[in-house]
Design a protein. Structure first.
Length: 38
């Protein structure tokens, strides 16, 4: 049953990485848009 806990932790870590990457891409898009406006 410890293996299931390990898998769950790895899955959560993977999702955290994906979320961080998406957030970084979103920030980059916002920066691009604000630069175009000025």
């Amino acid at each position: 049953m410890d293996v299931a806990g390990q898998v769950l932790r790895n899955w959560h870590a993977g999702h955290a990485i994906v979320y961080a990457v998406r957030l970084a891409l979103l920030k980059a898009e916002i920066i691009k848009l604000t630069r175009k406006q000025t």
